[in-house]
Design a protein around this ligand. Structure first.
Ligand SMILES: CC(C)(COP(=O)(O)OP(=O)(O)OC[C@H]1O[C@@H](n2cnc3c(N)ncnc32)[C@H](O)[C@@H]1OP(=O)(O)O)[C@@H](O)C(=O)NCCC(=O)NCCS
Length: 286
């Protein structure tokens, strides 16, 4: 099994002036601290293409003014976990890296080779950046699966970490989803308790270090789609910390909790004294 991050990740291309620079800065942003990111070239131009810096600033609000075009010689003694080549040239002359990193090749067109107006060149950089962004997103997206009894202790540990209650989790485990990272570490969970046609969404938790990377949104979307397919008519939740997250991203609305007191009377979470002052929110699914 691979070690727990931050993983060392290297983007390689020939000149280290455009594609590998875009990869480096986009993964630094999207990886949320899970990766230590580097970029290098087999024949570095020594100068970062200004359009790469411009696109990072304009489209992704990333300041890459400190980017450097440098040789892979600089990193030859580092033990990388991942090495990704982003042009055919670098793949052909890719040296053997110590420590057996996972090596992948993302063949991407060279935006610096595009001839035309400034606007056309800018568009080429924008397009290749969008492609790199998509690939990074799918690379770092963890697999979502149904929770099993083997996940229970990891789920409870994660809930402790983010200070959410354990009550009723074991009894409702069949309504839980989990996400694990590249090293199989459990990094997120969410659960739905079924009470007739009402579902109580609970235990939405993403491990610190992974928050803000879209994992909580993916899990929630997955859970809501499944609830709808299973005939759940409305989803209710209690929150003291994330009402804006559920309102803005999924359309949950604040509701008086007494409306559900009878329906959710059997729920251990609903009856916890610490939840009595939480905001109650609902979403109608049909
Ligand atoms: C709340 C939580 C599940 C969200 O998951 P996440 O993976 O961090 O969120 P995502 O990356 O999918 O979504 C990010 C978006 O939600 C917003 N967001 C995340 N947590 C938020 C919160 N607590 N309140 C308001 N907005 C929040 C981000 O600003 C971002 O907005 P944007 O897309 O407009 O930039 C996660 O942050 C978490 O586990 N927090 C600690 C435990 C907790 O409070 N759980 C909720 C219990 S009801």
């Amino acid at each position: 099994m691979m070690r727990i991050g931050p993983y060392k990740f290297l983007f390689l291309c020939t000149g280290n002036s455009a594609r590998s620079i875009l990869g480096e800065y986009l993964l630094k942003r999207l990886g949320g601290g899970r990766f230590e990111v580097f970029s290098a070239g087999s024949f570095p131009t020594g100068k970062v293409n200004p359009l790469a810096i411009q696109v990072l600033k304009d489209i992704y609000d990333i300041d890459a003014s400190d980017a450097r075009s440098k040789s892979w010689e600089e990193f030859k003694d580092l033990q990388f976990d991942f090495v990704v080549t982003v042009c055919d040239n670098a793949r052909e002359s890719c040296p053997v890296w110590p420590g057996q990193p996972i090596v992948a090749h993302w063949g991407l067109p060279d935006p610096a080779a595009v001839e035309g107006t400034e606007a056309e060149k800018y568009r080429a950089f924008k397009e290749v950046a969008a492609e790199i962004y998509r690939r990074i997103q799918s690379f770092i997206a963890p697999a979502i699966t149904d929770a099993s009894s083997q996940d229970l202790s990891d789920i409870l540990d994660l809930l402790t970490q983010v200070q959410l209650p354990h009550d009723g989790v074991a009894e409702n485990l069949n309504g839980f989803l989990v996400a694990r990272d590249e090293s199989s570490r459990l990094i997120a969970t969410i659960g739905l308790e079924r009470h007739g046609s009402t579902g109580l969404l609970r235990s939405a938790a993403v491990a610190p270090g992974y928050q803000g990377c879209g994992i909580g949104s993916r899990l929630t979307r997955h859970l809501l789609e499944r609830a709808k397919n299973d005939g759940v008519e409305r989803v209710v939740l209690l929150t003291t910390t994330a009402s804006e997250f559920f309102a803005q991203h999924f359309g949950f609305c604040e509701t008086a909790r007494t409306v559900f007191d009878t329906e959710l009377a059997e729920s251990a979470e609903w009856n916890l004294p610490r939840c009595s002052t939480a905001v109650c929110m609902t979403l109608t699914l049909r």
